[in-house]
Write a new protein. Structure first.
Length: 676
């Protein structure tokens, strides 16, 4: 069996979307030299700060540079211009401008050393939303972060950023001004943990502008247009940074410049090999037609003949060189590749390369997947997917691919923190669009009202005004109930399944509270005990877990919480012991009417239990005194005494049951005597 025959669809997906552009050339310290960067993903060029700039606004989009000879671990400066695509306060939690792993600090085995410039949205000590920018240096002299807060940038604004390091300490400049705050933040420590992970060893030495290929950071990018990237092997002065910010023309290189990139369509965007089929999937015997797409090429650098060569690997029946195009000018129109039918199933890698006079300009690679047509999923298909997404990731391609694979549902965050930024004011527009896309492709959405495990991802958690912690419970549950009701009313008939909270049993999904599961259960038990019991009655394992929670609550001094959980247990199990426990806890919390009701429920199950008769009579005698209740107490004491005497007369009681009956007889006699 060939290797490609064994590829799973998940592997095929990764192969099918890969785009890459690579360059060789002289030092980027000279403006005339080609960029040593490698563009990846669907990057594009548009108007920059000076000339063109590179746009990075999607997962997997980045420009990668080698670190050898460019970044110095002891001292250096990184400068760049960035244009916002949206207000910074609307940008998801942790969004990186650039990231450096291992490379600048260690050319050998991976260490814990890393650097990152990122936007960090979170809350201040008063729970108010804030946007700020931070520079992390990890592993040189501990975890150190320099911040500049708040930002308050709007959409479409150009800003100059400079990261300077030396003596193990960072310095961050925004629009020519240095930060006045050096501090260590939780986010920095979290990111440092990623850097230190052995799973990143494969990354090697690289400087990444935009996103990173490590899966955990692929969506942690700052969406914007980048321009005028300059790296220097020394720490530039305040005056030099201010001059860079004030410059009215592109930056230049001096003797200390190790990288200068003006992004004049260089590095070129990767070639894309696409079709109108998801994953370029075709059936055996079906004509295969692909398109090669190229972005803008460097101005003035393509004056001669440009060749486009595509090769297919693994199928000897196809020519190695499939197409040679000879366009000229700065742009390449889509080139159609007609490969004809494939007889065999499998995954065939296909590569494209664009060159000029023997020098490679840009490359791209994808694959052709030959497989039988996917059988249409039933309308009630059990297959779907779940994931943490921001709304911009849920585009037509996402739902088209899910539908083509047979998926019929998707569990996604709804994002209370984004929809109700101001109390009582809802912005449903983003989710409306996502829902409309899902409906077009026959995908049922299962929205989760609150979903976050990172306090920076406040859009997925609770709004700032609703509580001091993005992943903790709201200060007032009425706010959450109102929002949930508004969501259900708006999407009635279109959304049929809802998820309330993501994994509230885990402390990092509940404000760092290790007792999250118990608190959630107590809240539900207090609000709707009968419904809670109906939900778990047939699941003895869950009822048993609730018993443990109730015991823990009692041991921790939360008698009221234990009482509420025991009420659910009593409704679910309908045993005398369960009702007796609930009655006792009601008595301890001075809910005497409810205590009497619970004892009566127990007596309905075992009407001749002397201990239950005595305990219920005590409530009527001492806590709910009235002529009617005193009469009922006498009746219960008389019955308790009679039943206990009869059981003891038989002489067959032993152990705990004997002790319990003797105690009930003694207590009933004493209590009845006190009434006379």
């Amino acid at each position: 069996m060939r290797f490609h025959d064994r590829l799973s669809p998940a592997v095929i997906l990764l192969v099918g979307v890969l785009g890459m552009s690579a360059f060789t050339g002289g030092s980027a310290a000279h403006a005339e030299a080609r960029s040593p960067g490698r563009a990846e993903g669907n990057v594009s060029y548009e108007t920059g700060k000076f000339g063109l700039g590179i746009r990075i606004d999607g997962p997997g989009e980045r420009v990668v540079y080698p670190t050898a000879g460019i970044l110095d671990p002891d001292e250096g400066t990184v400068e760049l211009w960035v244009k916002t695509l949206a207000p910074t306060i609307d940008t998801p939690g942790l969004s990186a401008f650039f990231t450096v792993y291992y490379g600048p600090f260690n050319a050998g085995p991976p260490t814990e050393q890393a650097m990152m410039l990122f936007l960090k949205n979170d809350r201040d000590d008063q729970g108010r939303l804030r946007d700020q920018i931070a520079l992390l240096l990890n592993g040189i002299n501990g975890d150190t972060t320099d911040s500049f807060k708040p930002l308050g940038w709007g959409a479409g604004e150009w800003h100059h950023l400079a990261a300077v390091w030396g003596d193990g300490r960072p310095e961050l400049y925004v629009d020519g001004k240095p930060s006045d705050d050096s501090w260590v933040v939780d986010t920095a420590q979290w990111v440092a943990g990623l850097f230190a992970s052995n799973t990143l060893a494969r990354v090697g030495a690289e400087f990444s502008l935009g996103t990173h290929d490590y899966q955990g950071l692929r969506h942690q990018y700052f969406p914007g247009v980048y321009d005028e990237l300059r790296v220097t092997k020394r720490a530039r002065t305040d005056e030099e940074i201010k001059a860079s910010f004030s410059a009215t023309s592109p930056l230049g290189a001096d003797a200390d410049t190790t990288l200068l990139d003006h992004f004049e369509a260089d590095p070129p965007a990767p070639l894309r090999i696409v079709s109108d089929r998801g994953f370029n999937r075709f059936a055996p015997g079906e004509d295969v037609t692909l398109r090669v797409q190229a972005g803008r090429l460097p101005e003035g650098g393509v004056g001669g003949t440009v060749s486009l060569v595509t090769t297919l690997e693994g199928d000897s029946s196809k020519d190695k060189v499939l197409r040679v195009a000879r366009p000229s000018g700065p742009a390449l129109e889509d080139t159609t590749l007609r490969l004809g039918p494939f007889a065999r199933e499998g995954v065939w890698p296909i590569r494209a390369s664009m060159s000029q006079d023997g020098m490679t300009l840009t490359k791209g690679q994808s694959s052709v997947w030959i497989a039988p047509p996917i059988r249409a999923a039933a309308a009630a298909s059990p297959f779907g997917e779940t994931g943490v997404y921001n709304l911009r990731q849920l585009d037509d391609a996402f739902f088209a691919d899910l539908s083509e694979m047979g998926g019929r549902w998707s569990r996604i965050p709804l994002g209370w923190g984004q929809i109700e930024r101001t109390k009582g004011t809802y912005d449903w527009d983003g989710f409306d669009k996502v829902l409309a896309r899902a409906e077009r492709y026959g995908v049922e959405l299962v929205p989760t009202l609150v979903w976050t495990s990172n306090k920076s991802d406040f859009f997925l958690g609770i709004p700032c005004w609703a509580g001091s912690h993005a992943v903790g419970p709201p200060s007032d549950w009425a706010d959450f109930y109102r929002f949930a009701g508004a969501a259900a009313a708006r999407y009635k008939g279109r959304v049929h399944y809802w998820s309330v909270w993501n994994e509230p049993n885990l402390d990092h999904h509940w404000g760092g509270d290790a007792d999250a599961a118990r608190k959630v259960s107590i809240e539900f038990a207090r609000k709707n005990p009968r419904r809670f019991a109906d939900m778990i009655r047939q699941d003895d394992a869950t009822v048993s877990a609730l018993v443990g929670m109730a015991a823990a609550a009692f041991q921790n001094g939360d008698v009221a919480g234990s009482r509420d959980l025991n009420q659910v247990i009593a409704y679910a199990r309908q045993t005398t012991d369960a009702w007796n426990n609930y009655a006792f806890l009601c008595r301890e919390t001075r809910r005497f009417d409810e205590s009497a009701r619970a004892y009566e429920e127990a007596l309905n199950i075992e009407p001749d239990d002397p201990q239950l008769l005595n305990d219920c009579a005590v409530i009527y005698q001492y806590n709910l005194r009235s002529e009617e209740n005193l009469a009922k107490a006498r009746e219960y004491y008389d019955r308790a005494i009679k039943v206990a005497e009869q059981r003891l007369a038989k002489g067959d009681l032993q152990g705990a049951e004997l002790d319990r009956t003797e105690t009930a007889l003694r207590d009933a006699r004493n209590n009845l005597r006190a009434m006379r």
